[in-house]
Design a protein around this ligand. Structure first.
Ligand SMILES: O=C[C@H](O)COP(=O)(O)O
Length: 249
């Protein structure tokens, strides 16, 4: 199993002054057992990669196009993310699925493009509150995985993030039993489809992870780390989450 992963998704937050948070995080967590990743807005990626150089903090993008270059105003190619120092890219986040109409097929195409550029794709899946209430959670998530993750996924190329849409930025968190139910089902699906490699693909939980609930979430079976939004914006908030993941072993 690759190292556990504490990934921060800064979403559309952060101006130049936020770079100081990366330096502070590197000082607070100089040699974490877990991998630590920050995915800032594209405007900060190059500067943040430079600021993190020589530290254990990796950087990533929040989206990419399927093409390497061309007439796609406003888009960013996987090669551009690599050029800016990224080693990861988040794909299929529910905010992109909702705001930009990204389908599973789009996410799969972007995942292929990311792999081709040498990036590790963090593919996000998750149910809405209505889907959970209708008892559709596992069906929705397993269908998203089946259609968003292309054949050939490996532990080195792919990470899965389970993020219930209703838990993102709301302070609402599923019960530990609910998290375990989904992660165990995902592990089973990955094992069935990708064999032993599926057993190694890291499964992150995301949705209102904070310092106060991180340790109990990291103790849940088949939780290999977290994709953190709001609580990844400062070293003061993200540092304890990294430390909780380290303590979980
Ligand atoms: O990508 C991160 C998730 O959307 C979680 O965001 P949050 O930690 O602010 O709830």
């Amino acid at each position: 199993m690759p190292r556990k992963l504490a990934a921060g998704n800064w979403k559309m937050n952060g101006l130049g002054a936020a770079l100081a948070e990366v330096t502070a995080l590197a000082e607070r967590c100089p040699s974490p057992k877990a991998e630590v990743l920050i995915c800032p807005p594209a405007t900060l990626l190059s500067r943040l990669s430079a600021a993190a150089e020589g530290s254990p903090i990796a950087t990533g993008g929040q989206d990419c196009h399927t093409a390497t270059s061309g007439a796609h105003t406003g888009d960013i190619s996987p090669a551009m993310l690599v050029d800016a120092g990224a080693s990861y890219v988040i794909l299929g986040h529910s905010e992109r699925r909702a705001d930009h109409g990204e389908s599973d097929a789009t996410v799969a195409a972007k995942t292929h493009a990311a792999w081709n550029a040498g990036l590790t794709a963090i593919v996000c899946v998750g149910e809405t509150e209505a889907q959970r209430e209708a008892g559709e959670t596992l069906g929705v998530i397993q269908s998203q995985i089946a259609s968003s993750v292309p054949d050939g996924a490996t532990a080195a190329s792919t990470v899965i993030a389970y993020e219930p849409v209703w838990a993102i930025g709301t302070g609402k968190v599923p019960t530990l039993k609910q998290i375990a139910e989904v992660h165990d089902a995902l592990r089973g699906q990955l094992n069935e489809r990708f064999g032993s490699e599926g057993n190694e693909i890291r499964l992150l939980y995301g949705g209102s992870v904070k310092a106060k609930n991180a340790a109990e979430i990291f103790a849940v079976s088949n939780v290999d780390g977290a994709l953190v939004g709001g609580a990844s914006l400062t070293a003061e908030d993200f540092g304890p989450i990294v430390e909780a993941l380290d303590a979980a072993g």
